[in-house]
Design a protein around this ligand. Structure first.
Ligand SMILES: Nc1nc2c(ncn2[C@@H]2O[C@H](COP(=O)(O)OP(=O)(O)OP(=O)(O)O)[C@@H](O)[C@H]2O)c(=O)[nH]1
Ligand SMILES: [Mg+2]
Length: 383
């Protein structure tokens, strides 16, 4: 597994994972604009993002919102992005964010798909190594369920069973000795929630009701995470995101289906663009990068303290500890320690370029801290 800072999503099919990732990267670019630091995408990621954006643009230009216009993901995909100073030839700070078809979360679905069977262990390994577990929530399903039958269908539609099972696995991994002192953050991100807010061009007044419903329905998942991580903290962040921001839910339709477990209900939201021509107004998606950067910065601070402590121990002890650093700590060491970057810089010929490289490393570290310190969107809460 490559040395990078990892995050994973866990949410059922069609909840909006891929759209969310595209929004996260777009907002990160906005946060970085004018800083001399850019988001560098690897080739495959760049192609994928371009495709996602093209699909989104097409959906917007159609002027009539089609909830099915974006084809679902067909396979797993790792979005590999790097925070990088302009002109820097050394590696920047790499993040890898996992996306996969939500249907794969369901063991019964996996069993029927050879691709899923083959790739799922890789997904699980990435999830187990992730600093962040991002849980997208289909807000409309929670908010529009009124009758007992509709309310009864919510748990299935939001995939509670499978989401909770993955959250448990993630939390267990956080409690393993090699991960126990790493930062960890669980982000609950309601999506398709434009209708309930009045802070992004809408007139909704139901932010509080949404918050309370998410709190109530995801309480048991949060408890599972806490039970599995005794004696360490997992930060829990509530972040309702607009990935479109320019649509309103007009009507929610509850459609009877026949599941193998008997009759059930499916939810189909009918959305309409608020304005013509529609303009995408992403909101609060920057929270994700901000939280990831927070993790890295707090890891970096800890590593600095450790280095200071190491300086007081014997050379051999310090060397041994350094050799042990893998995963998150290995990545902090490799990408952020001044010493490690300076070593690699000695390959650079002149003193002049050494000074340049140091200045770029400093800018990079500053950018990381700046993102981590960006004020949270007023919608966002720490739970
Ligand atoms: N109104 C609204 N629609 C959204 C939002 N996010 C996603 N959608 C729509 O939801 C549908 C599913 O989005 P995707 O991002 O493809 O969902 P996914 O979770 O990646 O789905 P799978 O890949 O099948 O797991 C798309 O048609 C989007 O247009 C949102 O914030 N608001
Ligand atoms: Mg997808």
């Amino acid at each position: 597994m490559t040395l990078s800072f990892k995050a994973s999503m866990v949410g059922p099919s069609r909840v909006g994972k891929t759209t969310l990732l595209t929004a996260i990267l777009a907002e990160t670019e906005t946060m970085l604009s004018g800083s001399g630091i850019a988001l560098a995408l690897d080739e495959a990621t760049e192609m994928r993002i371009r495709r996602n954006r093209r699909d989104l643009r097409r959906a917007i230009e159609a002027r009539e919102f089609d909830a099915a216009s974006l084809g679902g993901s067909q396979s797993m995909f790792l979005y590999e992005v790097e925070l990088k100073a302009a002109g820097d030839t050394l590696p920047g700070i790499p993040f890898s964010l996992l996306d996969y078809p939500g249907a794969w979360l369901d063991p019964a679905e996996r069993a029927e798909r050879p691709e899923a069977k083959r790739k799922w262990p890789e997904c699980e390994a990435h999830i187990a190594e992730s600093l962040m577990l991002l849980v997208p929530v289909e807000a409309a399903v929670l908010m529009e369920a009124v009758t007992p039958a509709q309310r009864g269908a919510v748990a299935d539609l939001l995939g509670f069973e499978d989401v909770e099972a993955m959250a448990r696995k993630w939390a267990r991994a956080r409690n393993l000795p090699e991960h126990r002192d790493e930062p960890a953050v669980l982000v609950l991100a309601p999506l398709k929630c434009e209708k309930y807010f009045d802070d992004n061009g809408g007139k909704g007044r139901e932010a509080a009701r949404l918050r309370n419903l998410v709190r109530e329905k995801y309480r048991s998942m949060i408890e599972v995470v806490q039970e599995e991580t005794p004696g360490r903290t997992v930060r829990v962040v509530y972040a309702p995101v607009d990935t479109y921001g320019c649509v309103d839910l007009m009507e929610g339709e509850w459609v009877p289906t026949d599941d193998e477990g008997g009759p059930a209900l499916d939810f189909q939201g009918h959305y309409r663009f608020r304005e013509l021509p529609p303009r995408i107004r992403v909101k609060a998606a920057g929270t994700v990068m901000r939280e990831l950067c927070r993790c890295v910065v707090s890891g970096q601070d800890r590593a600095e303290q450790q280095r200071a402590a190491d300086a007081r121990t014997t050379y051999n002890e310090a060397l041994e500890r350094k050799a042990e650093r893998k995963g998150f700590w290995g990545a902090v060491e490799f990408y952020l320690s001044g010493e490690s970057r300076a070593n690699r810089n000695t390959l650079l010929a002149s003193r002049r370029s050494l000074a340049d490289a140091e200045a770029r490393a400093k800018r990079l570290a500053e950018a990381l801290r700046r993102i981590a310190a960006t004020p949270a969107d007023p919608r966002v809460e720490e739970w």
